[in-house]
Write a protein that binds this ligand. Structure first.
Ligand SMILES: [Zn+2]
Length: 211
């Protein structure tokens, strides 16, 4: 009711005090019943605010739960599609290639081409032949007069398991896999037989000597 005079008052703390006092006096004039009604409305309004806040926080909680459910569903789908089959595939792989896993450093056989003196002509390029009593020199049949020959020597070399290919075979009553030619080393485009893959140099050496 004093709004229209506000411009004239400016800021006056005394005015606030006068208004507060007037309010108190007016309140005292009200009948008990009206006072009770006002108190009830104030209390109800407070309760309404409380309930509305509670409702809002419950809504937020529900939204979080719904979000969590969605996330869980996504994770489950992901797990069902990839993690679980991966687990079984890993068991197949383990069964098929033993203790080797992709990325493992292993030892295998390779070839080293070496040139050396022809052992038949000992580097002469010719050999002596005796026919009856006649001796003659002929072109060495081993090196064809080249005096040197090239030989491929088996060596042990370090390699890395780069890929494992497994062909799964689903039969009517069982599942199996094609278990040969499935390990690839050093990204080669040919596979290496598991018999020629060793975990240590010593094992490879033993196998090389045993051949
Ligand atoms: Zn020769």
């Amino acid at each position: 009711m004093f709004e229209e005079y506000e411009d004239y008052f400016g800021y006056m703390p005394e005015a606030d005090a006068i208004i507060e006092e007037a309010k108190k006096k007016l309140y005292d004039l009200l009948s008990e019943e009206v006072k009770q009604n006002i108190d009830r409305v104030i209390a109800e309004s407070k309760r309404y605010d409380e309930l509305r806040n509670k409702c809002r926080s419950e809504e937020a909680r529900l939204a979080r739960i719904e979000n969590n459910i969605l996330e869980a569903e996504k994770r489950f789908e992901q797990s069902e599609l990839y993690d679980m089959p991966n687990k079984y595939a890993k068991r197949f792989v383990k069964n098929a290639i033993g203790d080797f896993t992709i990325g493992d450093e292993v030892y295998t056989f390779g070839f080293e081409r070496k040139e050396e003196l022809c052992p038949m002509c000992k580097g002469n390029g010719t050999v002596e032949v005796i026919c009856g009593e006649e001796k003659s020199e002929i072109k060495c049949p081993n090196c064809d007069n080249r005096k040197r020959i090239t030989i491929d020597r088996r060596i042990i070399k370090k390699a890395k398991v780069s890929d494992v290919y497994l062909m799964l075979c689903f039969h009517k009553d069982r599942t199996s896999y094609w278990n040969t030619d499935n390990i690839y080393l050093d990204n080669n485009n040919f596979s290496t037989n598991i018999e020629y893959i060793f975990a240590t140099y010593e094992e490879a050496e033993k196998a090389l000597k045993g051949e």
